[in-house]
Design a protein around this ligand. Structure first.
Ligand code: 4GS
Length: 244
């Protein structure tokens, strides 16, 4: 997958993604991150990227022409790329949209700084706006890192163990079950006995039930779409498949 990242501070995106799984995904050739320095598309000796807003008020607005030129230069090498602008006004990122994005060949991520980007650039060249949550960042770069991180781990071959992407939270619509590793006792707290039993059927059932319990406690809203089995419902004490 090719992901172009257009930003005035492209290192804010390439830096974090050059470590850990981002490094591995790129070294394996499964993710090609292409930082695009918006400054290179700003004209004049001072390469001005932003200007005061029409209508007055505080802050600065990123100029339309450099943004349009940068997006079009990405589209020259990736004509079918989907252009995404990271913004709190976008549709909230969730597991379903991450999965859908991971199936694309190429993406262009536009990261705004300051107050935002001239609306005309968005109207002309952006396919979709995506938000990573209801809060305000200083720039779209950290949001782009979150999006790329979540998307790349769904690309087949990025995770060493393909089961990891399948088993984690939100796959199957439930939160993750608790995990334990050595030693058997930490400050008096023991590993649940069943995990030492070697009985894989019982362990799978315990994990499923823990996931159901944690999800009911913390995110009961998720149970609606989790596709619960009859056995799941029986465990939750939900005979009619309704009352919880
Ligand atoms: C987000 C967000 C964001 C909005 C960028 C104000 C600088 C900032 N982007 N999800 N201008 N939340 N962007 O806060 O994506």
């Amino acid at each position: 997958m090719i992901i172009h990242v257009i930003s005035l501070f492209p290192g804010m995106v390439t830096g974090p993604l050059s470590e850990s799984m981002g490094r591995i995904a790129q070294d394996k050739g499964l993710l090609e991150l292409k930082p695009v320095d918006l400054r290179a598309f700003c004209p004049g000796r001072h390469a001005v990227a932003d200007d005061a807003p029409y209508g007055g008020g505080g802050g600065m607005v990123m100029k339309a022409e450099p943004v349009l030129a940068a997006i079009r230069s990405c589209k020259q090498s990736s004509p079918s790329a989907r252009v995404v602008y990271l913004s709190p006004a976008g549709r909230r990122l969730d597991h379903a949209s991450v999965l859908a994005l991971s199936k694309l060949d190429s993406l262009v991520l536009l990261c705004g700084h300051y107050e935002g980007v001239d609306q005309r650039a968005l109207d002309l060249a952006v396919d979709e706006e995506i938000s990573i949550g209801d809060y305000v960042l200083t720039g779209g770069e950290t949001a782009a890192v979150v999006l790329v991180d979540a998307v790349m781990r769904q690309i087949p071959g990025v995770l060493g163990d393909p089961q990891s992407a399948v088993q984690d939270s939100f796959f199957g619509g439930l939160l993750d079950f608790p995990h334990y590793t050595r030693p058997e006792t930490v400050e008096g707290l023991k590993v649940p006995e069943v995990l030492l039993s070697g009985d894989h059927r019982k362990i799978a059932q315990w994990r499923r039930r823990q996931a159901l319990r944690v999800t009911r406690e913390r995110r009961p809203d998720l149970l609606e779409d989790a596709g619960l089995t009859v056995e799941d419902r029986r465990f939750l004490g939900d005979k009619e498949g309704k009352q919880r």
